[in-house]
Design a protein around this ligand. Structure first.
Ligand SMILES: [Zn+2]
Length: 347
């Protein structure tokens, strides 16, 4: 069971200890591995539909360079240019040699199958050696990295989900053959979590969502930490019963700090508390995405208007479309469901 409270103007996600005998933290949901499907070939001389390109770029970004992928810094923008063609070829060379490197990913063919095989594995892709080891409360450096990498993959999935809907945003609902790729399917998660349709022109609100997830990705690209760990620090206050906290718009508060209980707390940092240790890896990653939403929201503050723990069909469903856009938990839910295809585990 989780409770939430506010400390010093910071959003704090807070946990009450589980009672003994209630079992460990919920097991991670079975990974769907984020399997991808494309309608038409992507790459050199491919048809390169934006939604297809997005899928392939997202897949390449989620696969580590050591495994032939392009890694999390790879740009997912839905446009197939030299960088994407090159990334496809590098992947093919790695797995099939030069003979198999035609630069084209085709539906049902070996390159797509190999991408899906790699995505299906549950272990986070890890290529870069740890930076300076830090003591994140009682969370070990590998545990911290695993949670952050998982969060990063969910964010990529979220971006892919949004980008796949963008070309059809203004489509009036004409059925165009493949139902799985139709507008309703592509808009499903956007409508479920953000109620995009039926509330005016969708473009601006979808752009905001895209910007939030894009900034989340930028957090991992900040200098000083190969995987962006530099934005994440152990909580120096050792706040009990709390999972993590950060500042609204901290992404834009570089170098600023304040004093809390004799400690210097940076405003451009997400603090991870020792309580994360008892939570499952999925929930740690969920907390990371939730806090990132607060962290990158600017100029509009992304706040806590409703949480999952307040119950299914309860408060979060009653938020207005505008408040959903400004609700941290909505971004975490959207990212989780984009990656896993289901609801996040209760905690
Ligand atoms: Zn929050």
């Amino acid at each position: 069971m989780f409770v939430y409270k506010t400390i010093g103007g910071a959003c704090v996600k807070s946990a009450t200890p589980k009672s003994q005998g209630q079992g460990a933290a919920p097991a991670p949901a079975p990974s769907l591995g984020g399997a991808i499907a494309i309608q038409h070939p992507v790459g050199l001389r491919g048809r390169n539909l934006m939604a297809d390109v997005t899928q392939i770029q997202s897949a390449l970004a989620r696969i580590a360079p050591a495994e032939g992928g392009a890694g999390p810094r790879f740009e997912v923008d839905g446009h197939c240019g030299p960088k994407t063609n090159n990334a496809i070829q590098q992947f093919q060379i790695k797995h099939f040699g030069w003979k198999g490197a035609d630069g084209l990913v085709e539906p049902g063919r070996q390159t797509l199958q190999k991408l899906n095989a790699l995505l299906a594995r549950t272990a986070p892709a890890s290529v870069v050696a740890p930076t300076t080891p830090t003591n994140t409360g009682s969370l070990t450096q590998p545990e911290l990295r695993a949670a952050i990498e998982l969060a990063q993959r969910w964010i990529l999935s979220a971006q892919a989900t949004v980008l796949a809907a963008v070309p059809l945003l203004h489509d009036t609902g004409r059925v165009d053959g493949l139902q799985a790729f139709g507008r309703d399917a592509r808009m499903r998660l956007l409508n479920k979590h953000f109620q995009i349709d039926g509330h005016g022109i969708p473009t601006h609100r979808v752009q905001l969502i895209l910007r939030v997830f894009d900034r989340m990705r930028q957090v991992f690209q900040r200098p000083g930490g190969m995987w962006g760990e530099s934005a994440f620090e152990p909580d120096p206050l050792h706040t009990p019963g709390v999972a993590a906290y950060t500042w609204w718009g901290g992404f834009f508060l570089g170098g600023q700090s304040r004093k809390e209980a004799g400690h210097t707390i940076r405003l451009d940092t997400i603090y991870l508390c020792p309580d994360l240790k008892r939570l499952s890896e999925d929930i740690r990653a969920f907390v990371v995405v939730h806090e990132l939403a607060h962290f990158v929201g600017h100029p509009e503050y992304i706040d806590d208007h409703a949480y999952n723990f307040q119950g299914k069909g309860a408060k979060i469903q009653r938020l207005t479309p505008q408040l959903r856009l400004l609700n941290a938990e909505s971004y975490a839910n959207f990212a989780f469901e984009s990656a896993r295809g289901g609801e996040p585990p209760a905690f």
